[in-house]
Design a binder for this molecule. Structure first.
Ligand code: ADP
Ligand code: MG
Length: 253
């Protein structure tokens, strides 16, 4: 079943598994407007060519996302977050996910370096907002505005709104992580449309979806506190995830 077909589908029954993705499982609840997200320890990288598991990742990503969604809500950014009934489960508003991954970059890393030749660690003069097609079969390719229009993935108004929201979220997250002694290098967001046609920030905000560098380390490997430790076999993955969560939870929202 594709993620689009289970959104408020009349055939949903409470407890029914609707979708199992790479990092989370979605379940129906007794309310068609609410879904239960189960955060897994499973880890994948390079479009699922590399697979493994990070012990405790589900709990870290669930708690960290909850805290940061609260930060967003407190600052007027609407999100899908409702609450966490357990340490690895989050209740969320059911939305129709836009098949667009919105990436914001403050410092050059990853595919930006590979595709532009910019050196790793180059500070960008202003945040770069990019749109990627959320389509594993195609390898999540970079979109242009004309391709967004061509594929009818979002209206021009929605694209403007996505960009504005992404930049606002970047301002909030950058300031927050800075207080944690962490540099927010880049991150990926997903958005969805709720039953009232409102655009909500959805999915998760975690070390799986953000590049986070420890400000007290200058070594390019030692400073990494995110999924790049798993991607690049840097070791101490669990410890890095735990450390990020500890620092995030130590800052009130
Ligand atoms: P994937 O392997 O597709 O990245 P995940 O393991 O991250 O999947 O599972 C989460 C899935 O649920 C994603 O496809 C994501 O787009 C979708 N999703 C996230 N939040 C919501 C929501 N509030 N309503 C509906 N779908 C959602
Ligand atoms: Mg995902």
């Amino acid at each position: 079943m594709s993620f689009r077909s289970f959104w408020r589908s009349p055939i949903m029954t409470a407890g029914q598994k609707l979708y199992e993705g790479k990092a989370k499982i979605l379940y129906a609840t007794d309310d068609p407007d609410i879904l239960l997200t189960h955060f897994k320890d499973d880890a994948t990288a390079f479009n699922a060519q590399k697979r493994g598991s990070i012990i405790g990742k589900g709990a870290v990503n669930c708690a960290m996302s909850a805290h940061l969604f609260k930060l967003m809500e407190a600052n007027g950014v609407p999100t899908h977050f409702i609450d966490c009934p357990t340490a690895i489960e989050m209740r969320v508003k059911a939305v129709k996910i836009l098949p667009i991954e919105v990436v914001v970059r403050n410092i050059a890393a990853g595919s930006l370096c590979q595709q532009t030749g910019l050196e790793l660690g180059t500070i960008l003069s202003q945040p770069l907002v990019e749109f990627y097609y959320k389509n594993d079969g195609l390898g999540d390719p970079l979109l242009t505005l004309d391709r967004l229009r061509l594929l009818d993935l979002a209206t021009d108004d929605q694209v403007d709104q996505l960009r504005r929201m992404a930049l606002r979220i970047n301002d909030l997250l950058t300031a927050f992580f800075d207080q944690c002694g962490i540099t927010l290098v880049d991150f990926k967001l997903e958005f969805g449309i709720d039953s009232k046609n409102q655009l909500l920030l959805a999915d998760e905000i975690s070390p799986d979806t953000c590049r986070l560098w420890n400000q007290t380390e200058t070594d390019p490997d030692r400073r990494v506190m995110d999924k790049d430790r798993f991607r690049r076999d840097l070791g101490n993955v669990e410890e890095a995830y735990r450390q990020v969560l500890e620092r995030v939870l130590s800052q009130a929202v």
